[in-house]
Design a binder for this molecule. Structure first.
Ligand code: C5P
Length: 243
């Protein structure tokens, strides 16, 4: 099926109340391909968030739980996630290959499992302090690729990575292995000097091969969030038309 510009957009529902989340789901329905539920909202509201999104939108659902526990526990948690019928879920790649395999098994093919390679607040210093090998400290991208390989070999559907790593991930693991990219800032974005350091624009990310872009504050904080989403869609469609 042909993928439209909006299908690339994942909007994170980074809110503390169901009421606010619902307002944005209604506002952005039709303008984004997927809503992402993060820990804050899920801890507070649980599966009712999934039901709320289904009621007000036809968009897909991404449960960003970033699970990390012993394999048996993750396996059981994944079975519950699959029963919720969400499309995507995240697990950390920093535990073991066995944990990733059990996560995929638990999701029963109903929910696609994404590996989180390296959180953006990790840098050389934090990697060194955490006792990582020298080569990973010197070049954290090697760690991203190493973990992407763990995810790939365990049968995960893809990884979360920065726009800068997408090309290499696609080269190594093929075009069907999903690259989901946060840290997206359109050139017109009002969000300045925030915590996203390794940023790309929506057009750049899609041109590099990202399958999904997570874009929150530039849309959420715009005067007209639906209008901002439409501008992002246009930018994506221009990038898709480039040879
Ligand atoms: O576009 P904005 O920075 O507001 O998006 C924030 C969202 O992206 C949050 O939901 C956060 O969990 C997610 N995210 C991130 N950096 C990562 C992975 C996910 O900011 N490396």
């Amino acid at each position: 099926m042909h993928k439209h510009g909006k299908d690339y957009i994942v909007f994170p529902l980074d809110f503390s109340s169901l009421k606010e989340a619902k307002a944005y789901v209604k506002l952005l329905d039709g303008w984004v391909g997927m809503f992402k539920i993060g820990l804050e909202l899920f801890i507070d509201q649980g599966p009712s968030v999934v039901r709320m999104i289904r009621k007000h939108s036809g968009a897909k659902i991404f449960l960003d739980l970033k699970l990390h526990d012993i394999s048996a526990t993750v396996h059981r948690a994944m079975a519950r996630v699959a029963d919720l019928g969400v499309d995507l879920v995240t697990v950390h790649c920093s535990s073991s290959a066995a944990m990733l395999e059990r996560a995929v098994e638990g999701a029963k093919g109903d929910t696609r499992v994404l590996g989180v390679t390296l959180l953006t607040d990790n840098d050389r210093e934090t990697l060194e302090a955490a006792g990582f090998k020298d080569r990973f400290v010197q070049d954290p991208r090697l760690l991203v690729l190493h973990r992407a390989r763990m995810a790939y070999e365990a049968g995960c559907s893809g990884v979360v990575c920065s726009g800068r790593e997408v090309q290499q991930i696609k080269q190594q693991f093929g075009r069907d292995f999903l690259a989901v990219t946060p840290g997206i800032r359109p050139a017109w974005s009002l969000v300045e000097q925030d915590d996203q350091k390794r940023i790309t624009t929506p057009g750049q990310a899609v041109a590099l091969g990202s399958d999904l872009i997570v874009i929150g504050r530039p849309i959420r904080d715009a005067q007209d969030p639906a209008g901002a989403a439409q501008t992002v869609i246009q930018e994506i469609e221009v990038a898709l038309r480039q040879p």
